[in-house]
Design a protein around this ligand. Structure first.
Ligand SMILES: C[S@@+](CC[C@H](N)C(=O)[O-])C[C@H]1O[C@@H](n2cnc3c(N)ncnc32)[C@H](O)[C@@H]1O
Length: 201
């Protein structure tokens, strides 16, 4: 779900052992989806591409089931009222779930100078990692995320803590929810959450 151009998906598929998987991609960005499918095609990985949102795919394909649903930094795009039904549907229709998200503490007051100062320091550190794409990342990704904390701007992401993610999965019906710290990223720590769904057929 939300593979973008396949940056995180392709290495995982390449490292996979066992029978070659069949992959369904669901990605609302046409341009990114094309890059991901071109790469899958080049590597001979069987796939279907759905140029839409996860919530739309789940609604329009009610009989579809999956062995594994996977998302890296994409489920945070869904506002809580849309994320709940998506997770609930996935819990019924997948055997396993694997999600990577940042562990982001609740921001009680974005006007708190301590929060804003720490935010600025992390953003400066992060932007230094980019060269040619620095402006694109800054204005296209980072600014909307920061401004989303202020009521004047529509939120483009809905991050929260890893404990809240685990709670969301359990509430949706997943079992055996496990969390695993992956790495400390400039924004926040990245965590892997794995869980078992109820689809056993
Ligand atoms: C931060 S990017 C992560 C891309 C990729 N997973 C990676 O790790 O490189 C978030 C991705 O989620 C996609 N996305 C946003 N809303 C979505 C939704 N409702 N359903 C599925 N994908 C969504 C975006 O188009 C974007 O490609």
């Amino acid at each position: 779900m939300g593979p973008g151009d396949g940056l995180a998906l392709l290495p995982a598929l390449n490292d996979a052992t066992g029978p070659a998987p069949h992959v369904d991609l669901v990605e609302p960005s046409t341009a990114l989806l094309e890059q991901a499918t071109d790469a899958l095609q080049a590597q001979g990985i069987a796939h279907r591409a759905h140029n839409t949102t996860a919530e739309d795919l789940l609604t329009t394909h009610p009989d579809q089931r999956w062995d594994l649903a996977q998302s890296t930094f994409a489920l945070q795009s869904l506002p809580p009222h849309e994320r709940g039904p998506v997770l609930h549907a996935l819990a019924q229709r997948t055997r396993h779930l694997s999600v990577v998200e940042f562990d982001v503490a609740h921001v009680p007051d974005p006007f708190d100078p301590h929060w804003f100062d720490s935010c600025l320091q992390r953003l400066e550190r992060g932007l230094r990692e980019y060269e040619n794409e620095r402006d694109l990342v800054g204005t296209g990704f980072i600014l909307p995320v920061v401004l989303g904390h202020f009521a004047t701007h529509t939120r483009t992401n809905h991050e929260h803590s890893v404990q809240d993610w685990a709670h969301d999965l359990e509430q949706a019906g997943f079992t055996h929810v496990r969390t695993h710290h992956l790495c400390d990223y400039w924004w926040e720590g990245a965590w892997l959450l794995r869980a078992q769904g109820r689809h056993t057929g």
